[in-house]
Design a protein around this ligand. Structure first.
Ligand code: TYM
Length: 332
């Protein structure tokens, strides 16, 4: 039996280098392993937990699909679909709401951070982790590849699954595990390297986006906040340099020792140029593929991927939801 992999990304614009290195690049690696069966979706239902403009959202959803493909996700090897095309996600979410406590949701870091930025906090934002649990539990996922910021959501998904199983019946839900790649689990802001790089950062210099030009990447990396030591060394006391070393290591496959050796006689200027060049070289083929797919002649192709993906996902989700409805006592 193949192990089941599932993950998703919210369609909130162009992905950052953090999303790519922390999540998407790992999806692409896993799809090559025959031991796994993978499903990757676009978390459109999640995205409306913060205000969205409908036309822009439509564009963002399509753009994420193209970014998935441009980064190398292969629709022949994976199931790729949109969350809103499989109605069982929302339905299972409702059932799981009844196995989740207000107290545990109010302790979620992401909720605390995001709710600070809003006056009228939406119930959906509070309830977000329950929908995420439904996404995962619906497909009996064994592993969920994510960045470090999603670890807490994975923990609550396990707690909800355990609680449901203990209230109703053992083994209805499999307990999912996060799959987190250590060095790229938390790519930091270029401007405040103790904070994670985020799509929604108001300071656009803080994040590198997948579609940034070579010049933009060079400019952002050159401006990245470091320290005054001028010594390329991997240390927790040097969060800016540590972050740039993590990024450089991730895109060149060089170890920290190799990087320290490479730049032992040079200052931060030369190091930053090397980091920016390596990042731009990594993103260039992705951007070329993105531009190619983002044209009217590929519309039908994109649509066919989503249709095929939703059909396959729905077959599985339908059976799981039936099992859950039966377990809680609904009449078929
Ligand atoms: P989202 O859309 O915020 O982020 C997508 C993925 O990118 C990772 N990530 C990072 N990794 C490293 N460094 C960073 N700076 C960085 N920023 C983001 C995230 O950890 C994530 O893996 N709740 C999810 C979407 C979701 C989901 C799911 C994921 C909904 N349902 C079910 C897995 C399974 C989210 O908002 O990710």
């Amino acid at each position: 039996m193949k192990k089941q992999i599932l993950s998703g990304i919210q369609p909130s614009g162009i992905l950052t280098l953090g999303n790519y290195l922390g999540a998407l690049r790992n999806f692409v690696k896993i799809q090559e392993d025959d031991n796994y069966e993978c499903k990757f979706f676009i978390a459109d239902l999640h995205s409306i937990t913060v205000p969205q403009e409908p036309e822009q959202l439509r564009k963002n959803i399509k753009s994420i699909l193209i970014q998935y493909l441009a980064c190398g996700l292969d629709p022949e090897k994976n199931t790729i679909f949109m969350q809103s095309h499989v109605h069982e996600h929302a339905e299972l979410g409702w059932i799981l709401n009844n196995c989740t406590y207000m107290g545990e949701l109010s302790r979620m870091t992401q909720y605390k951070d995001k709710s600070k930025k809003q006056d009228n906090i939406r119930v959906g934002l509070f309830d977000y982790p329950v929908l995420m649990a439904a996404d995962i539990l619906l497909y009996d996922a064994d592993y969920v590849p994510v960045g470090e910021d999603q670890r807490q959501h994975l923990e609550i998904a396990r707690d909800i699954a355990k609680r449901f199983n203990s209230i109703y019946k053992d083994d209805v839900f499999k307990l999912p595990k996060p799959l987190i790649t250590e060095n790229t689990a938390r790519i930091m802001s270029l401007q405040e390297p103790t904070k994670k790089m985020s799509k929604s950062d108001d300071n656009k210099d803080a994040s590198i986006f997948l579609l940034d030009s070579r010049d933009e990447i060079m400019r952002k990396v050159k401006r990245a906040v470091t320290d005054s030591e001028n010594c390329v060394k991997y240390s927790d006391d040097k969060p800016g340099i540590k972050n740039l070393m993590n990024i450089y290591s991730a895109v060149t496959d060089k170890s920290y020792t190799e990087i320290e050796e490479e730049f032992k006689d040079s200052g931060y200027g030369q190091f930053k140029t090397a980091v920016a060049t390596a990042v731009a070289d990594t993103l260039e083929p992705i951007q070329e593929k993105y531009n190619k797919l983002n044209s009217p002649e590929y519309e039908d192709y994109l649509k066919s991927i989503c249709e095929k993906g939703a059909k396959h996902a729905h077959e599985i989700a339908k059976n799981k939801l039936k099992e859950v409805y039966d377990t809680v006592g609904f009449i078929a």
